[in-house]
Design a binder for this molecule. Structure first.
Ligand SMILES: [Fe+2]
Ligand SMILES: [Fe+2]
Length: 470
């Protein structure tokens, strides 16, 4: 494989120096990225030393280097998994044929759209999270926030590399646009809905990294199967970093849940809010919110775009090689669909159902996380169970959008749903309460009242380690 060149302006393992035109183009984009980072990245922390992990290769052992770094000096690099000789299309109409190293003309627009949509989510989440540093519950969490942020920045680099390398002038223009859109902006919003929602406090941050970053895992996994080989190799390495983001989310929520249980037992009336904690029913509401927003990211239940991308060999299924059949011509799957306002079970051509197939894998993965949270609650001896709501609850994209389905799956009239919405989703009072708890704790090893300490520190270091130098 190509050696990693970390002393270049842009660290990379793609022999960037061997393509001077591309190198110059990316070096011209780099200061625009840094300007964006300084304007829209973590507010108020740019000059601090943060103990961060930096990708320096794609070797499974030792791909990361840990040290203090000021975020604007972070070494954002371009890393692709090594090319596998003789790799062939693993699915779709070109199944068994050699994969592509260049973009086939007929699929250029489709590929560009997928890459831009994925790329847009990366800076969007950094923008959504930019104010959180002011209210971190501990230095450990503060560092994890910044770790996630710089890696989302690197994921943007990964997509911009593809745009610059394979899409000519269009690609360069798209790369500029990726720095011009702004999360939540009325005129220039980010492309996908969940990436325009504010992540205004740490409970939402943990839910976001649990549920929304996990959508990222499934999208990247489907693109990691791609017959456009550079995309597959890029996404494979991104998944390595993504695992940590979901770890931050799952263990973050788990620690809030644990603290909720401890305080429920401590307070005579069983109300953790009296002791500065977050109660389990409120945690459930934020779970409902971020899970349903994240389900939307998979797109429509029945989708010709999904069918086209699969047929073209561009976007596959999660772990395609677990399946026996990879062309899916003439095969069907039974799923819930809306027919004359009623929910019915019906056979749908498999290729058109692939968004739903991917979403179903995602739901199973989310359930495993929720099971672990419930184990924490049980171990604490508290009688409560967290649940994933119905996949038809609070949807804004696809067949179930605006239907008025309860978390339990019951279909209400839209007006009765709206009247009861605050029972299931965070209401203004919940949001005010959670925000009132968000007071920064910057003393090494100390935690805010509403969260339990982590089981262990980062990179084998103790919880008391100074993860961020103030
Ligand atoms: Fe990412
Ligand atoms: Fe992520």
């Amino acid at each position: 494989m190509t050696a990693v060149l970390t002393d270049e302006k842009i660290p990379n393992n793609v022999n960037l120096g061997g393509d001077k035109r591309l190198q110059r183009a990316l070096e011209a984009w780099q200061p625009h990225f840094i300007d964006w980072w300084k304007a829209m990245g973590p507010l108020g922390w740019q000059e601090r030393d943060i103990y961060l992990r930096t990708a320096v290769s794609v070797e499974t052992d030792g791909w990361a280097h840990f040290d203090y770094v000021k975020m604007p000096d972070y070494r954002w690099g371009i890393f692709l998994e090594p090319k596998q000789d003789g790799r062939t299309h693993g699915f779709g109409d070109h199944y068994g044929q050699p994969v592509w190293d260049e973009v086939p003309g007929e699929f250029r627009n489709l590929l560009r759209r997928l890459i831009v949509t994925q790329g847009d989510t990366e800076p969007a989440s950094v923008e959504q999270q930019r104010n959180l540093g002011a209210t971190a519950p501990s230095l450990y969490d503060l560092r994890n926030l910044f770790q996630v942020n710089v890696e989302e920045g690197r994921h943007l680099w990964a997509m911009v590399y593809l745009l610059h390398t394979y899409f000519g002038r269009d690609g360069r223009e798209e790369a500029e646009e990726l720095l011009a859109r702004r999360s939540g902006d009325a005129d220039k919003p980010r492309i996908l809905g969940a990436f325009n929602e504010p992540t205004s406090h740490w409970l939402s941050f943990f839910m976001f990294t649990m549920f929304t970053d996990r959508d990222g895992k499934y999208q990247l996994s489907a693109l990691a199967e791609s017959g456009f080989d550079p995309l597959a190799r890029t996404c494979r390495f991104m998944l390595t970093e993504e695992a940590h983001h979901m770890f931050v989310g799952e263990t973050g929520v788990q620690r809030v849940v644990k603290r909720a249980c401890e305080l429920t037992k401590q307070d005579g009336s069983g109300d953790p809010r009296k002791l500065g904690g977050i109660d389990l029913p409120t945690i459930q509401k934020y779970l409902n919110l971020w899970y349903s927003l994240s389900l939307d990211l998979f797109g429509g239940e029945v989708s010709s775009n999904a069918a086209d991308a699969f047929a073209a060999g561009i976007k596959g299924r999660y772990k395609e090689d677990r399946y026996d059949e990879h062309k899916l011509v003439g095969s069907h799957v039974a799923m819930d669909v809306l027919d004359g306002g009623k929910i019915v079970h019906k056979d749908i051509p498999m290729r058109n159902a692939l968004n739903e197939v991917l979403r179903t894998e995602y739901i199973k993965d989310c359930q495993r996380g929720v099971d672990r949270w419930n184990k924490t609650i049980k171990d604490e001896g508290v009688d409560f169970e967290l649940r994933l709501p119905s996949n038809k609850f609070h949807r804004q994209i696809g067949m179930w959008a605006g239907l008025g389905v309860t978390p339990g799956g019951e279909q209400l009239t839209v007006s009765s749903f709206v009247a009861r919405r605050g029972e299931w989703l965070p209401n203004d009072a919940d949001e005010r309460y959670i925000k009132s708890l968000m007071q920064p704790v910057y003393e090494p090893g100390k935690m805010a009242s509403w969260i339990a300490p982590p089981a262990k520190g980062i990179n084998g270091l103790p919880n008391e380690f100074v993860y961020v130098r103030l």
